[in-house]
Design a protein around this ligand. Structure first.
Ligand code: NAD
Length: 490
């Protein structure tokens, strides 16, 4: 592998201080594909010192925004140049199809391009002053040292949502990718170096959450934590980050409802209900795993889903006809199996799937059959808990009010969808749905200009769009009196 299998701290490629390493496993066949440093608290501390000193020197923060934008644009160009290599690396590491990974790489380059374009568009704002002969203005400045922690499902896409706005706004950062999928993030740090980001600005530490991640969250020299991952980890980070009242951006899980009305275009709704869940074997925070279907088409809709699901082609992400790859790890496969077992015990009806595939070719990989449960109700834990696997639960509704009530019955509020040809009805539903993103006659569409994030326990703050950049800035009000005079009160 032509990849540097190292960390990147203060402009140097390094091994872990302890000398420890971790093997990275291909989820398709359990072969070792790389051996990378297993950093810990000491590596995190070294990176934090580098990021702190670099930020405090002021050099990067005061680099003209146009220049920072050009460097971020250069990273986009390098990602486009190395698109195929990156896509194949992502598929090797995660098991997803190469075609899907190519799409990810295009999205990632788009994210860097978007933040490059808007890097120098925020010149601050003059605001009305109550004092004659004075200037009152608002400027945005970088927050400082940012800790960035990402999950394993969309390793580089999630990293890009954090790296691009942090760099564009003049912060320094320490990135910690998921310990099981670090490869494309390492590769992008090679590109960050090649693009000319100064030493100490962007640092990469590899290792686990309870060592490197916990150090980033609790170290008082880190000013901001941006985290994407599970709700339990998010709560731990929130607690740890209180030590110095860090700014926090949390992108947590989702259990996303997808409401199908009888008057929706049937074929399109079936097709997109499948797309909304089974990409990357359902390991998507915004997967539409809670289907809420109007009673009058429920049976027909479920039959159509089941027919399609039976013909899914599972296999290697490197085979052109593969539609769905494996789950990420043995541990995660066990969790999904347990979730399905719970569904059976709770009395849901298994319409299709519900086991590992029997195909001998797939036995070395962490495969699970696409699965659909019907007769689901909101009191079941399978309707409330995130499966993060290829499993759909289907609920029935009779009225519009009931559909919205079911959709909102969740601790999560990440995303949701509504399928109907009645646009007025769609708008009525959307106005009541408590989620950060709602799609009408669409599912799972992201783009760099639109903010992404959750209501309720799906998180705090937003990524992407202008708001995703504002997370990385502090707001300063500057007031200048051009004609100061004594007040003569005392
Ligand atoms: P996870 O919470 O187990 O791990 C995420 C990251 O946090 C990893 O890098 C891990 O090493 C680190 N971590 C673990 N414990 C930590 C600790 N105590 N302190 C600091 N860092 C720690 O999540 P995962 O299993 O990697 O990813 C799946 C989860 O991510 C799902 O819940 C999914 O919904 C969520 N997710 C959300 C979004 C979103 O945009 N909202 C996107 C992708 C994934």
């Amino acid at each position: 592998m032509g990849l540097k299998q190292q960390q990147y701290i203060n402009g140097e490629w390094t091994n872990a201080i302890s000398g420890n390493t971790r093997e990275i496993i291909n989820p398709y066949n359990q072969e070792v594909i790389a051996t990378v440093p297993e950093g810990d608290e000491e590596d995190a501390k070294a990176a934090i010192v580098a990021a702190r000193e670099t930020f405090d020197s002021g050099e990067w923060a005061t680099t003209p925004a146009t220049e920072r934008g050009s460097i971020v644009r250069k990273i986009a160009e390098l990602i486009e140049r190395d698109r195929e290599e990156l896509a194949r690396l992502e598929s090797l590491d995660t098991g997803k199809t190469v075609e899907e990974s190519r799409g990810d790489m295009d999205d990632i380059a788009g994210v860097f391009r978007y933040y490059a374009e808007i890097a120098d568009k925020d010149g601050g704002e003059l605001i009305d002053s109550p004092v004659p002969n004075s200037i009152s203005r608002v400027v945005h400045e970088p927050v400082g040292v940012c800790g960035q922690i990402t999950p394993w499902n969309y390793p580089l896409l999630q990293a890009s949502w954090k790296l691009a706005p942090a760099l564009a706004t003049g912060n320094t950062l320490i990135m910690k990718p998921s310990e099981i999928t670090p490869l494309t993030t390492i590769k992008v740090f090679e590109l960050i170096e090649e693009a000319g980001v100064p030493a100490g600005v962007a640092n990469l530490v590899l290792g686990s959450g309870n060592t490197v991640g916990a150090e980033l969250s609790s170290n008082t020299n880190v000013d901001l934590i941006s985290f994407t991952g599970g709700i339990v980890t998010g709560k731990k980070i929130m607690q740890a980050a209180s030590v110095n009242v860090k700014k926090l951006a949390l992108e947590l899980g989702g259990k996303n409802p997808n409401i199908i009305f009888t008057d929706a275009d049937f074929e399109t709704a079936v097709d997109q209900a499948l797309n909304g869940v089974f990409f990357h074997a359902g390991q998507i925070c915004s997967a539409g795993t809670r289907l809420i279907v109007e009673e009058s088409i429920h049976d027909e809709f479920v039959s159509a889903l089941v027919e399609r699901v039976k013909n899914f082609k599972l296999g290697s992400g490197f085979d052109e006809d593969t539609q769905m790859g494996p789950l990420i790890s043995a541990e995660h496969l066990a969790k999904v199996e347990q979730y399905v077992e719970t569904g059976r015990k709770e009395g849901a009806t298994l319409a299709v799937g519900g086991s590992r595939p029997e195909d001998p070719e797939l036995q070395k990989g962490f495969f699970y059959l696409p699965t659909i449960f019907t007769d689901c109700t909101t009191d079941m834990s399978i309707v409330q808990d995130e499966a993060f696997g290829p499993v759909i639960t289907v609920e029935k509704f009779r009225t519009e009010e009931e559909a919205v009530k079911l959709a909102n019955d969740s601790i999560y509020g990440l995303a949701g969808g509504v399928w109907t040809s009645d646009i007025v009805k769609a708008e009525r539903c959307v106005a009541k749905m408590r989620m950060g993103t709602v799609w009408i006659n669409e599912f799972n569409l992201y783009f760099p200009h639109a903010p992404w994030g959750g209501f309720k326990q799906s998180g705090i703050g937003r990524e992407l769009g202008r708001l995703g950049m504002e997370e990385y800035t502090e707001t300063k009000h500057i007031f200048q009196n051009l004609q100061p005079e004594p007040i003569n009160w005392f």
